[in-house]
Design a protein around this ligand. Structure first.
Ligand code: NAP
Ligand code: ZN
Ligand code: ZN
Length: 348
């Protein structure tokens, strides 16, 4: 079927209207009418080919929230009319040890990412959520909470799970002092989720103007990363830090904030390698880790948690015609705190 979308036709080209084909429904497929699609900084990194190897035309978007409008003959988990979401991947090999263990986002053959990737057949390109509809196997589709609103739910599909996973794996909770670096789309979800898990949260930002919001979102402390004396006083005061910054490569100043056996999990993906002094790492027996977006199982757990705790994203809703301007504002750290595209703006 023909579906309206917005695509980048080449690296650094602006997004423009584009018509794509979605496949006919297979027995296990569902068709989702997309209502809202979040704008992740990864959309921009990839469409501008900042990580290398991008393929075009690219229809970005991996924060998809919508409604099931048709199902294949053997679908059991969804019915027409159900709220449904898709995150960063739409399929995976299903055969490797990680897939078998339900860790699809760590598929050893590479998951079929929602865009700028290929399906497990190795050739069919994937096209993302800046579009009216998407088809996916029900195994890779998430059930969305009914109490939040689809607009504030969309960003949970990447920003939410990307922060929920490290907070869960490294056990954020009461008595744990959590630091979040960067108050953007990912970071603001980190503050909200860590707070909802019962942790004490410190926001570390390069933007003085974000202090008030950090407290409003649930942080107990705010550290301005350029304030050397505050950063020095806060040395060895945190147990777990999640670094979401899109453009910081020197993580030494953040590592120094970790107390004994503390862990820094880096999820931000700047286009240059991270740097860290060996001395900083060995001091306080610190650990450095990374994490990708999460499995279907953990993403569903996160969505259920967010429904239960009333946690959605803080969003600015835009028409898709304004997506190029929104991208520039994301790069300038000028969004509070996630742009969400109202897909109705693509027309009927
Ligand atoms: P975002 O909304 O643009 O937020 C990034 C934040 O980084 C900004 O709000 C800003 O926070 C900080 N920052 C930006 N430019 C900076 C600079 N020049 N110097 C210092 N700090 C700067 O982006 P996002 O969508 O949250 O994504 C963040 C990063 O995570 C991106 O690189 C993205 O590709 C990556 N990502 C990774 C995964 C994963 O699976 N691991 C998933 C999604 C995204 P302050 O103003 O508070 O300092
Ligand atoms: Zn993302
Ligand atoms: Zn696999």
């Amino acid at each position: 079927m023909d579906v309206r979308a917005y695509a980048a036709l080449a690296a650094k080209s602006p997004l423009e209207p584009y018509v794509i084909q979605r496949r006919e429904l297979g027995p296990h497929d569902v068709l989702i009418d997309i209502k809202f699609s979040g704008i992740c900084h990864s959309d921009i990194h990839q469409a501008r080919d900042e990580w290398g190897g991008a393929s075009f035309p690219m229809v970005p978007g991996h924060e998809i929230a919508g409604v099931i409008s048709a199902i294949g003959s053997d679908v059991t988990a969804f019915a027409v009319g159900d709220l449904a979401g898709i995150g960063c991947f739409v399929d995976s090999c299903r055969e490797c040890d990680n897939c078998k263990a339900g860790e699809e986002s760590y598929c050893t053959k590479g998951a079929a990412w929602t865009y700028n990737s290929v399906m497990p057949d190795g050739v069919t390109p994937t096209l993302g959520g800046y579009s009216q509809a998407i088809v996916a196997d029900e195994k890779y589709v998430l059930r969305l909470p009914s109490n939040l609103g689809l607009d504030v739910t969309a960003p949970l599909m990447c920003a939410g799970i990307t922060l929920y996973q490290p907070l869960r794996v490294w056990q954020a909770g009461p008595g744990v002092r959590v630091g979040i670096v960067g108050l953007g789309g990912l970071g603001h979800m980190g503050v909200k989720l860590a707070k909802a898990m019962g942790a004490e949260v410190t926001l570390i930002s390069h933007s003085p103007s974000k202090e008030e919001d950090a407290y409003r979102l649930g942080a107990s402390n705010f550290l301005l990363s350029s304030d050397r004396s505050a950063m020095k006083s806060a040395r060895e005061s945190l147990d777990l830090i999640v670094n979401t910054a899109s453009a910081i490569t020197n993580i030494d100043p953040f590592m120094n904030l970790l107390a004994l056996d503390g862990t820094l999990v880096s999820v931000g993906l700047p286009d240059a390698p991270l740097s860290l002094s060996g001395f900083t790492l060995i001091g306080q027996r610190r650990r450095l880790a990374g994490s990708n977006n999460g499995s279907i199982r953990m993403t569903q757990e996160m969505l259920d948690f967010c429904g239960e705790h009333g946690v959605g994203a803080d969003i600015e809703t835009i028409a898709i015609q304004d997506a190029n301007a929104a991208w520039d504002r994301v790069v300038a750290s000028d969004v509070k705190y996630r742009f969400v595209i109202d897909i109705a703006s693509l027309g009927d």
